[in-house]
Design a protein around this ligand. Sequence first.
Ligand SMILES: C[S@@+](CC[C@H](N)C(=O)[O-])C[C@H]1O[C@@H](n2cnc3c(N)ncnc32)[C@H](O)[C@@H]1O
Length: 449
Amino acid sequence: MKPAKVRATAAQILASLLRQQGSLASLLPRTTDMADQDQNQMALLRELCFGTCRWYHQLNQELGSLLDKPLKNKDADIHCLLLLGMYQLEHMRLADHAAVSETVNATVVLKKGWAKSLVNGVLRQYQRRLASADSRSDDSSLTYAAWLVDTIRADWPQQGSGILTAGNQHPPMTLRVNLARVSRAAYLDQLAIEGIEATPGTLAESAIYLAQGRAVSTLPGFSDGLVSVQDEASQLIPGLLAAGSGQRILDACAAPGGKTCHVLESLARHGDEPHTMLALDIEARRLGRIEENLQRLMLAAPCVHLQAADSSEPASWWDGIAFDRILLDAPCSATGIIRRQPDVKVLRQAADVPRLVALQHKLLVNLWSCLAPGGVMVYSTCSVLRDENDRQILRFLAETPDAQEIPIAAKWGIVTDAGRQLLPTDQGPDGFYFAVLRKTTPESGKPDL
Ligand SMILES: C[S@@+](CC[C@H](N)C(=O)[O-])C[C@H]1O[C@@H](n2cnc3c(N)ncnc32)[C@H](O)[C@@H]1O
């Protein structure tokens, strides 16, 4: 791909995103489908798309003041081309003249040569604005929709600004060592031999932070299943679920299988296997990702079953035999992982939150009926919004007489009205919420702790 074509492709992807036709994960081509010589262009394409989303609201505001009149809907690609041109000038270490000329050339690739002088004029103007500004505003909230800023600040009066700042940063690359196969210390040694700088995580015993991101194919033992890429917060799940040998385990929202595999790895580490691990996801096409991970990590086994199903409707998939452990890693606003998925800033609308809260509640209530007395459910989200987290669980506890919270004894995170919240921090874990719930036994009427 030529440089102008990369920019034109990025503009088309961003225009589709603005039309809510998919996320960056679904719209960007998969790197595995590409020839080696295209990998650099792919890195540029990703950087243009991710970066423009990260700064979208601020760039869009600036663009509004540079245009005499808004572009027509049918020219959303040119609008996005302007945004990504501005992103290059402000945030990328590229020579300005190259950034401007390749972005202008992209108009021809898009078969909109009429926009050449418009793009050139706006970008030159922006270049002058950047050069003359005494200081750029460092108000991190400018890169978010106003409703999200208000909600985060209302939920977290003390920590709100830190959450917003963290969401503008680049995330660290975090690995999960497969402790069933290799110790963290031994894997750190392997990284050091390869000259890869890394440090152990402090919350999860399997976590390693790399000083620099890199392609997974260059990680020692990746294809043999020694490591996976997973944020440290997510790696806390097996410790909370505390699954044991011979148990029936349900991972109700499982794709792409990060936590399914981690729970199985944690059992395998002690030579254990569940009676059943049922991994469900409503998106059938995403089950393939779970299968890939199970194969790579050598965890595929007759006791592991994958099924496309709506977890909130157990009548459609459940055989009536209760589970000892249920992981409900619920669909959520993803506001705790905005630095990893900056398109959340563009895609998420205020009205999504009550819709997600209702879905999470339905999942909680209906999956609870599948849990055995004495069994444990872990509810988690990658959200920092309290309606999806502690308020959701408080309501569930109030409505469910046989549910009792098991307080999480840990040094990490913030104890909330129910459960525990991690907030995103620079070079640390993502924003994540956890609650551990046990079903009381009929005999005791109390949780079987
Ligand atoms: C937070 S992601 C799960 C991530 C996964 N647990 C992991 O660690 O890799 C939430 C998942 O829930 C799935 N989902 C959403 N609604 C669902 C439903 N009603 N039933 C089952 N899965 C659902 C989505 O397709 C998505 O894959």
